[in-house]
Design a protein around this ligand. Structure first.
Ligand code: IMP
Ligand code: MG
Length: 341
């Protein structure tokens, strides 16, 4: 494990999505990993979620490797509650060159081709519009207690770790920890728009539970909200606009993982409030503000944010009762206004 890069007492931050995923968590995580010199970044969730990270002109869409990889001193972990797709893991470890600093919990479960095949036939017949990676079936198998675990897989032997122990020892030693959630709280099996949800709870509490970090150890829950709302797959999306309108407004996106069109709707204060409540958010990261206010593009200081955009930010803070501490203004990890200083 790399040495701590900073001696002072530093927090354990949970990064959680506030809508249906794709809020830009990857970008905020990569910024924090670099700027706050995070010592350990642990990823929860499964392979269905792709975190997009632009760093040094290169785009990464990571399904397995934590977004903190951009900081070369950061230890990377995959939590006990996560599902590991072995092929995808090996591919990304190679691509990001993190072989010597990534660990997988011995108890992380394995997602296999049979899960994907089942997902593609059954979930799609039911019209759920899953990603087809097989996360629901893999979770089912884990609940049945028949799933393979990371410790059963030959290729994973060099990477095996006790993630809960590593994280808690690091916290005792005042290291900086980031727990990385996947997707968003509205896709949560418990709190989302069931049945149009993913196969697991995606809320901040679940992120802690998957990692093996108790709620008393968490200092901040950073809720990531995009300046407009998107959703991939089926299920309700209040205020949905047409693809044509989304394109005109610069809100049309395609999914980083599956390439499917993302449906779009305007920012919802109602949903933002609920997401703040369920996750106990203490901070908000508001991404893609440049999609609403193009004058913001590339801004790295609050002084560069135009008045109308400041009013929007103030309204988000008022409605959620939570400070907007990060504002995303462009794709690069460093295209961001950090208001903590
Ligand atoms: P599953 O997670 O593949 O079972 O898919 C269930 C629902 O969650 C579908 O509507 C997917 O489109 C959605 N979903 C899963 N992962 C992501 C993600 O990373 N971003 C956005 N939507 C996702
Ligand atoms: Mg994504």
């Amino acid at each position: 494990m790399p040495d701590s890069q900073n001696g002072d007492k530093m927090p354990c931050t949970v990064v959680v999505g506030g809508f249906w995923g794709d809020e830009g968590k990857g970008k905020i995580i990569s910024y924090l990993a670099l700027k706050d010199k995070i010592d350990i970044c642990a990823r929860t969730g499964s392979v269905n979620a792709a975190h997009t990270i632009w760093y040094k002109g290169k785009r990464y869409a990571l399904h397995m490797v934590p977004g903190g990889f951009v900081n070369e001193k950061c230890r990377l972990l995959i939590a006990a509650g996560a599902n590991v797709h072995v092929g995808q893991f090996m591919k990304e470890v190679e691509e990001t060159n993190v072989k010597d600093r990534i660990g997988v919990d011995t108890q992380a479960s394995i997602i296999e081709e049979k899960h994907s095949a089942y997902d593609k036939t059954n979930a799609h017949l039911k019209g759920l519009g899953t990603t087809g990676w097989g996360v629901g079936p893999a979770c089912e198998e884990r609940v049945r207690r028949t799933a393979k675990l990371a410790k059963d897989i030959a290729d994973l032997q060099p990477y095996l770790a006790d993630v809960a122990l590593e994280l808690n020892c690091a916290l005792d030693n005042e290291k900086r920890i980031l727990l990385e959630g996947t997707q968003g709280v509205l896709l949560s099996l418990f709190h989302g728009s069931y049945p149009y949800v993913t196969g697991r709870d995606t809320s901040a509490s679940a992120i802690c539970s998957e990692a093996g970090v108790g709620p008393t150890k968490v200092s901040d829950v950073l809720l990531v909200l995009k300046s407009f709302v998107t959703r991939v797959g089926t299920g309700p999306l209040p205020g949905e606009i047409s693809k044509e309108k989304a394109t005109q407004r610069g809100w049309f996106e395609t999914a980083a993982g599956t390439g499917r069109d993302r449906r779009a709707a305007p920012f919802s204060f109602e949903l933002a409030k609920r997401a703040t409540m369920i996750n106990g958010a203490t901070q908000i990261g508001l991404t893609k503000l440049d999609a609403l206010y193009p004058e913001c593009k590339g801004a790295r200081n609050f002084a560069e944010i135009p008045k109308a955009a400041c009013e929007f930010i103030a309204k988000v803070e008022k409605e959620t009762g939570t400070p907007v501490v990060f504002i995303g203004t462009g794709p690069d990890s460093l295209d961001l206004v950090d208001r903590r200083k």
